[in-house]
Design a protein around this ligand. Structure first.
Ligand SMILES: Nc1ncnc2c1ncn2[C@@H]1O[C@H](COP(=O)(O)OP(=O)(O)OP(=O)(O)O)[C@@H](O)[C@H]1O
Ligand SMILES: NCC(=O)N[C@@H]1O[C@H](COP(=O)([O-])[O-])[C@@H](O)[C@H]1O
Ligand SMILES: [Mg+2]
Length: 386
């Protein structure tokens, strides 16, 4: 099939990741309708059109699809009524990477069952619970410490490390309170004592082999990403193993697009954690590190455009800029101080702030990863959300 541009994209979720995707898509002349649950979301600020709806509501989704008739649906968050995406796909709209992939990764249990039970991939030991009583038993079975997470959440929301039985009830309440959507189910996982963790950006193409970006290392706090760097330190042997696992899972989900496949890395093992069927937050480091960033790669994979080579230009790092207070208007200070040599900023333009909300990012290049990390952290620390 001969590709003609522009194509029309409907972006479901309009945060910082969506904003960069819109920019990449528009650079090749495409048009984008940005959708989210609140007005003036980052991607809406650069998109052609926008819609504010509940993406968990099937009727709302139906209405925007009817109105805009997109060629592609690009999910940007997990919390979407994905059963509806299966319907749209059957009606001939291309859902990226596939409606099945969004459906399987919307909740932690489906993707875990696929990876572990169906594909036989090693994961942390895990169990599910739908009541506090069940969680008490499950936590005993898994052992302590363990990690309790809502079945539907992201960026560490509702997640807690539980060190002893007395903490189980608090973890249950916290998980249920911070669960997205209507689910009352949690997963409890064995705590993996990893040396490092990586995201392997995996690009699945319609008519070409799957390719990988150099591994990205990252550090998380309370389940949310604080800094990432590329390349990650990992032996070739473990990297090859991670690539094989990423290929296996993404093959089984099908379609085309970029996936962020997350692994825990121990001394002699890579352990599959989870994956996003879309650009990954830790992958924002590629905005500075690679010849093609993760958003450009996603776009090219979606449109079936060539990706001749992925090149790591220089060791690089990203560090997040978080809000510390509630605010219904946002300004930033310290920008001039942050912008030293080989540093860039992305200030997302989120209309309001809450403690812990990611509001921006510092990106830095260095002669090595250590220098890049130091610069990115330093730059991020200069910028204050007020
Ligand atoms: N079983 C575990 N053992 C040790 N650490 C864990 C475990 N599960 C999660 N973590 C830590 O918490 C982080 C976030 O976990 P996870 O990726 O499952 O959450 P998430 O809410 O889906 O985050 P995101 O949406 O940002 O990817 C991990 O990157 C890791 O640092
Ligand atoms: N780990 C997933 C992730 O980073 N998702 C990114 O955060 C946005 C939500 O931010 P918000 O909660 O500040 O609105 C999402 O829209 C996406 O861009
Ligand atoms: Mg994760």
């Amino acid at each position: 099939m001969v590709l003609t541009l522009p194509r029309k994209f409907l972006l479901l979720g309009s945060g910082e990741l969506g904003k960069e995707f819109v920019i990449a898509a528009q650079q090749l002349g495409n048009s984008i309708v940005a959708v989210d649950r609140y007005a003036n979301a980052p991607a809406m600020q650069v998109a052609d059109k926008c819609e504010v709806i509940s993406m968990l509501n099937g009727d709302d989704l139906e209405a925007v699809i009817e109105k805009h008739q997109p060629d592609f649906i690009i999910p940007e968050i997990e919390a979407i009524r994905t059963e509806k995406l299966l319907e749209f796909e059957q009606r001939g709209i291309t859902v990226i990477p596939t409606a099945k992939a969004t459906n399987f990764t919307m909740n932690r249990d489906r993707i875990r069952e696929l990876a572990h039970t169906q594909l036989g991939i090693r994961t942390a030991k895990y169990a599910y619970a739908t009541s506090l009583d069940e969680l008490v038993t499950a936590a005993q079975d898994i052992g302590f410490p363990n990690v309790v997470k809502p079945i539907m959440s992201s960026s560490g929301k509702g997640q807690a490390v539980v060190y002893q039985p007395e903490e189980v009830a608090t973890a249950w309440n916290y998980a249920i309170k911070n669960s997205r959507g209507d689910s009352q189910k949690i997963i409890v996982e064995e705590f993996i004592q990893f040396e490092t963790e990586i995201t392997l950006l995996t690009i699945k193409q319609w008519n070409a082999p799957t390719i990988f970006c150099p591994a990205i290392g990252h550090r998380q706090e309370n389940g949310d990403y604080q800094e990432s760097w590329q390349p990650a330190k990992i032996s070739n042997e473990l990297l090859v193993e991670a690539q094989a696992i990423a290929q296996k899972v993404t093959d089984s989900l099908g379609g085309a697009g970029i996936f962020g496949v997350e692994f825990f890395v121990t001394k002699d093992e890579v352990i599959f954690s989870e994956l996003s069927p879309r650009p990954h937050d830790t992958g924002m480091v590629t905005l500075i590190s690679q010849n093609l960033n993760e958003f450009e790669l996603h776009l090219r994979a979606v449109l079936g455009l060539p990706i001749p080579q992925i090149e790591l230009l220089t060791p690089s790092a990203s560090a997040v800029i978080l809000a510390h207070e509630y605010a219904d208007r946002v300004s930033y200070t310290g920008v001039a101080e942050a912008l030293i040599e080989n540093v860039e900023l992305r200030l997302f333009g989120k209309p309001d702030a809450r403690p812990g909300r990611r509001m921006g990012l510092a990106l830095a290049k260095g002669i090595n990863v250590e220098e890049a990390r130091k610069k990115a952290l330093q730059a991020a620390s200069k910028v204050k959300v007020v």
